[in-house]
Design a protein around this ligand. Structure first.
Ligand SMILES: [Zn+2]
Length: 235
């Protein structure tokens, strides 16, 4: 039986290459397993994610695009679109929101996953400002811009008519109200994250670290591995 939270066409809007896998790799794998058409939209080029003195931003950008495509393939994601905002400089401007609305009207997903823009602090750490910005850009695009004809009439000539995305899943949230059991796709999530080799200093420790992070007891008292989301509806 197909679980009710499965959506057939979904877009994942995130700040950095590797965010989709860390934030929501399990849910993405579940959807892909049920045949969903999933598209990633990565807003920054990830060009500051290195402490290596020999690395350059330009070189890193290319490495991270290659890693992101490989990770997407592990999870069964069909398309990856990269914007080119500089890492660490993502801001919720009208310009970026407009570009996101264009992608949403083109792909026309049933569901979107994005970071929760209200998460400033996260388990004793500061949430990366780009994650907050990506979440704000996504929710501002989703309501009301993407579904309202008065927004971006210039898109109509290209057939990019208004489109309402009914289901939104906010990841990296402190106000979770929805949980996905990822036990059967956990190894796939680990493999996908390992595709981001430039970002994983201790690959051998990753599986245990993630297992600890995702470990929970479900409503029947069973030990499971799960991801947490805050769900929103539009429509
Ligand atoms: Zn990130």
């Amino acid at each position: 039986m197909t679980p009710p939270f499965i959506h057939q066409k979904a877009m994942v809007i995130m700040a950095h290459p590797d965010d989709p896998e860390f934030f929501c790799g399990g849910l993405v794998a579940q959807w892909a397993k049920h045949g969903a058409d999933i598209s990633y939209l990565i807003l920054t080029n990830g060009n500051k994610g290195s402490a290596d003195p020999a690395m350059t931003p330009e070189k890193l950008k290319n490495i991270r695009r290659t890693e992101q495509r490989a990770a997407a393939a592990v999870l069964g994601v069909k398309t990856v679109t990269f914007f080119n905002e500089d890492d660490g400089e993502l801001t919720p401007t009208l310009r970026v929101r407009t570009d996101v609305v264009r992608e949403l009207r083109r792909f026309r997903p049933d569901a979107v996953i994005a970071p929760d823009p209200t998460t400033y602090f996260w388990h004793g750490r500061i949430n990366h400002p780009d994650h907050r910005a990506a979440g704000e850009i996504a929710v501002n695009a989703l309501f009301p811009a993407v579904g309202n004809r008065m927004y971006h009439p210039e898109f109509l000539a290209d057939g990019l008519t208004p489109h309402t995305v009914a289901h939104i899943f906010l990841a990296g949230t402190l106000q979770a109200d929805f949980y996905v059991d990822i036990s059967d796709v956990f190894d796939q999530k680990v493999q996908a994250i390992l595709s981001h080799a430039s970002q994983i200093p201790q690959p051998e420790a990753l599986s245990d670290r993630l297992r600890e992070w995702h470990r929970a007891v479900d409503e029947y008292g069973r030990d499971v591995l799960r991801e947490s989301y805050r769900r929103l509806y539009i429509g």
